[in-house]
Design a protein around this ligand. Structure first.
Ligand code: HEC
Length: 282
């Protein structure tokens, strides 16, 4: 619950409780045989000021009233004059209560001096490689997982971590349209959204890594930008994973390590006739 909502609710509740206690006081007074018309309220107030002669039940009620009033003292603290985020102000000429940062100031830790990492471009040209900072970021995300300092982790381990993260993020954010395979027939597309191109066409296979980063960051045609949902490190992880998808899709037997080729051939030959015969069954 936001503070202002809490504040309103507390004021409201206190008012309601106050009324309820007031009513109770009135009922008690009436029960004691006093006429309401004679002005019970003033008698009740009298009871508050000097209730020496009041019955014990009434004293308890007076105590409850006092507790409620003191219990809401914190309202004063919550109720300081201040602006809610994005609230308008008549004090400043532009009508905004929030002030823009002074031109040229950079928040601590927000200096984006690694241009190629943050923009996917170097001297205006799309970068070809995944920037080193992307690997550093995957390490920094969870250093315990690697159990050694960044400089001692094998590059292959870092690459694998980057790809795994990319796979996870890709399946969450992109596969709904681009499909888990990158073919471009994800579920939203099957339901009528404009189909994106397959990642496996020549133009995209030859595109620079920076192009994929740029598309995620700034959007592309009918595709919205994802910069507010996917941070810089994860965008690079997705780029790496798209590269892996492209590689797999166009892989040749020679790309498979020699000692695993036989197994793959066997798997392929045992799959094919079975698939064919199952399709033949009417
Ligand atoms: C809501 C559907 C949708 C989602 C989700 C989506 N895309 Fe797209 N994407 C598209 C469409 C549609 C196009 C084609 C846009 C056009 O040509 O106007 C496209 C195009 C692309 C292209 C090709 C650009 C080119 O050069 O032709 C890339 C690369 C791409 N998307 C990457 C991604 C990545 C990475 C993600 C996840 C972070 C993603 N997309 C999420 C719909 C989507």
């Amino acid at each position: 619950m936001s503070r202002s909502v809490y504040r309103r609710k507390c004021t409201h509740d206190a008012a309601r409780l106050g009324n309820a206690v007031n009513d109770l006081c009135l009922t008690f007074s009436t029960w004691e045989g006093e006429s309401r018309r004679a002005g019970t309220r003033s008698r009740y107030t009298h009871g508050l000021n000097g209730s020496a002669g009041a019955p014990p039940s009434q004293k308890v009620l007076v105590l409850v009233c006092l507790l409620i009033i003191t219990g809401c003292d914190r309202l004063d603290m919550y109720d300081q004059p201040r602006y809610e985020p994005l609230e308008a102000s008549q004090f400043f000429g532009d009508g905004l209560s929030a002030r823009p940062p002074i031109e040229g100031t950079v928040a601590r830790g927000a200096l984006r001096d690694d241009i190629s990492y943050f923009t996917g471009k170097e001297d205006g040209k799309l970068v070809a490689q995944i920037p080193q900072a992307a690997y550093r970021a995957i390490y920094d995300r969870n250093p315990q997982r690697f159990d050694k300092s960044y400089d001692d982790v094998e590059p292959a381990t870092l690459r694998r971590a980057l790809l795994e993260r990319g796979q996870e993020r890709f399946n969450i954010y992109c596969s709904v349209c681009h499909a888990r395979t990158g073919d471009g027939d994800g579920m939203i597309v099957r339901r009528g959204f404009r189909p994106p191109p397959s990642y496996h066409i020549d133009r995209l296979r030859q595109a620079a890594n920076g192009h994929f980063y740029d598309v995620i960051t700034n959007g592309f045609g009918a595709m919205a930008r994802y910069s507010s949902q996917i941070d810089v490190a994860d965008r690079w992880a997705i780029v790496a994973y798209i590269r892996a998808l492209q590689l797999c899709h166009n892989a040749q037997l020679d790309d498979v390590p020699a000692d695993q080729r036989d197994g793959l051939i066997k798997l392929q030959s045992s799959d094919e006739p079975q698939d064919a015969s199952s399709e033949d069954v009417p």
